[in-house]
Design a protein around this ligand. Structure first.
Ligand code: HEM
Ligand SMILES: *[C@@H]1O[C@H](CO)[C@@H](O)[C@H](O)[C@H]1NC(C)=O
Ligand SMILES: *[C@@H]1O[C@H](CO)[C@@H](O)[C@H](O)[C@H]1NC(C)=O
Ligand SMILES: *[C@@H]1O[C@H](CO)[C@@H](O)[C@H](O)[C@H]1NC(C)=O
Ligand SMILES: *[C@@H]1O[C@H](CO)[C@@H](O)[C@H](O)[C@H]1NC(C)=O
Length: 493
């Protein structure tokens, strides 16, 4: 209808061309692959199936300078220069946004209800309250890990254990112990929901990505099971929430045995509609989303490395035994386990779950200090190749050296300088800057406790000795092999 006269049609075409040209003149970043509107789809498909190769090619071809890759919906800019990375991590949220990049990738408006997608009160709770409580909670974390390992892998003689599924269960249970406490953390339905929720969000989000905007609400109604998942979670959490609420009303701050877990911290901090039991259930799931798959995949990568090279077992055991004999189990003993930390950190450097880091969406045109121009609506990030794989940061970057970080001198005497929770421009699995993963102190505590318990309790090896089973790359994700089994048996020596 608005094209009813030839003049307005020409007007629109002119306007379109003018806008295209303006951006074309400002565009100063070379593209990897074809740039024409339809040909660029080819690049987009390659990015989905072969992202690693493309990033490596771009890094080599443009000699570490910025370049851009077409995805189906937007241009993805990759920067590598340390100065630009620093600007990327410091950029204000209303210019380069992490949450908007995630919202677009996973259609959070549909997959995590609107209220939840716009209120982030759980983040400071994770960053501050959870981290501060790790001293008190380390015992519970360890207790749940021992319990879960026994539950999911009682292996007197060599037994093949599906690695990723089992580690997912152990991580889900350990996280749930700290998120909602006993006895719910051992409720298998709750655990399965907390694991499945992430995959549901991904599947629903990626499907909605393919659907044109006007049809999204309809398709969403047909395929979205997430609301039902929240309902089921609410059924499981409801009585706990109600009981706690009545205790809080009755005793206030004098409640003697007040639980010390995420649900309690959320209940105390929630305001307005976030106080509703259903909103609390949804919030717990969102934290599970951030916590469970990330940590289990990270641990599974490490498990494969250790099972493929069992000779690394001895130094790890010696370290853990010496520290535990002296100090017992505590947050401080974990802090002293530099080899355990270094092993996990090196796995995250080499096989991190992502090949791009610090991904942000430009909410307005953004220009870096060197003139690199990022048009509004595009995404920008840096790559594993530009950081973790660089010889200027790491000797022999493609070699797995489990003691790389524990061998680095630490003149502070604390032993913490090179530990995995310290983010830097050369080490980005947890991101950096003000959005750096707020759960990383908890994650490191959990992963180190798991590794320490594992080396103390089991012997492990791969089914095919010495071989790390191939993982699965999808877009910018590197997932550990989902079906491979690791052989476990009760430690013999
Ligand atoms: C090995 C395990 C984990 C990895 C590799 C990981 C990685 C990340 C990364 C890369 C980011 C984005 C940072 C950025 O782009 O600057 C992030 C953010 C986040 N992570 Fe983690 N994470 C892990 C575990 C956890 C756990 C256990 C929790 C919760 C207890 C958690 C909660 C969050 C939250 C809430 C954010 C959003 C922060 C924000 O928007 O400011 N993560 N994580
Ligand atoms: C979780 O997902 C698996 C695999 O899709 C399915 O078999 C299982 O029934 C789901 N469990 C729950 C509690 O949703
Ligand atoms: C939750 O518990 C309250 C109080 O016992 C009850 O009124 C409400 O119907 C319950 N909600 C669900 C979804 O079970
Ligand atoms: C974190 O690591 C960087 C680089 O390795 C180092 O320069 C810095 O001192 C470390 N920070 C802390 C708090 O230890
Ligand atoms: C996982 O490893 C097995 C061998 O253990 C292999 O047959 C399979 O193809 C691998 N899966 C993927 C997705 O690469």
């Amino acid at each position: 209808m608005f094209l009813d006269s030839p003049t307005s049609t020409y007007g629109l075409i002119l306007l379109g061309t003018a806008l295209y040209l303006v951006n074309w003149f400002k565009e100063n970043v070379p593209a990897l692959g074809p740039t024409a509107p339809f040909l660029s789809y080819w690049g987009a498909i390659r990015f989905m199936t072969n992202c690693q190769e493309m990033l490596a090619e771009g890094h080599a071809k443009f000699d570490g300078g910025p370049f851009r890759i077409a995805t189906r919906r937007y241009w993805h800019y990759i920067v590598s220069d340390p100065q630009l990375l620093d600007e990327l991590r410091r950029a204000p949220d209303d210019e380069l946004s992490l949450i908007e990049a995630t919202t677009e990738a996973l259609e959070l408006e549909y997959t995590m209800s609107t209220a939840v997608a716009h209120d982030f009160y759980h983040i400071p709770i994770i960053r501050t309250t959870l981290t501060r409580n790790l001293g008190t909670l380390s015992g519970e974390i360890y207790d749940e890990i021992c319990n879960a390992f026994t539950h999911y892998s009682t292996c007197i003689e060599w037994t093949a254990v599906p690695a990723l599924d089992t580690m997912m269960q152990v991580v889900a249970r350990t996280s749930a112990r700290i998120f909602v406490g006993l006895p719910l953390c051992r409720n298998q339905e709750f655990l399965d929901i907390s694991i499945n929720y992430t995959t549901d969000v991904f599947k629903t989000g990626l499907t909605l990505n393919m659907v044109p905007a006007p049809l999204k609400p309809i398709v969403n109604r047909l395929i979205n099971k997430i609301d039902k998942t929240v309902d089921r979670t609410l059924v499981l959490l409801n009585s706990t929430i109600e009981e706690r609420r009545s205790m809080m009303e009755q005793y206030g701050d004098d409640w003697q045995d007040k639980p010390n877990d995420l649900l309690q911290w959320l209940m105390e901090a929630a305001e307005g509609i976030e106080r509703e039991p259903r909103a609390l259930a949804a919030r717990v799931l969102i934290v599970c989303f951030a916590a469970i798959h990330t940590s289990s995949m990270s641990f599974t990568h490490a498990l494969y490395h250790l099972a493929a090279r069992p000779e690394y077992m001895k130094p790890l055991r010696e370290e853990v035994e010496a520290i535990v004999a002296e100090d017992g189990w505590s947050k401080d003993s974990l802090q002293k386990m530099r080899k355990v930390d270094s092993f996990l950190k090196e796995c995250q450097r080499l096989d991190n779950a992502r090949t791009v880091f610090l991904e942000r969406k430009a909410l307005k045109d953004f220009t870096f200090s060197d003139g690199t121009f990022i048009p509004k609506g595009s995404h920008v990030s840096t790559s594993k190749m530009a950081t973790h794989d660089q010889t200027k940061y790491y000797d022999d970057p493609y070699i797995f050296d489990p003691w790389r970080f524990s061998n680095m001198p630490d003149e502070t005497g604390e032993g913490t300088k090179h530990q995995m929770v310290n983010t830097s421009m050369e080490y980005l699995p947890f991101g950096a800057g003000k959005h750096a993963c707020p759960g990383r102190f908890f994650a490191a505590n959990e992963l180190k406790s798991m590794m320490a318990h594992l080396v103390m309790t089991y012997d492990i090896r791969m089914e095919k000795p010495g071989e790390i089973p191939p993982g699965f790359c999808f877009s910018s994700n590197i997932l550990p092999n989902r079906t491979a089994k690791v052989l476990f048996r009760k430690r013999k020596d």
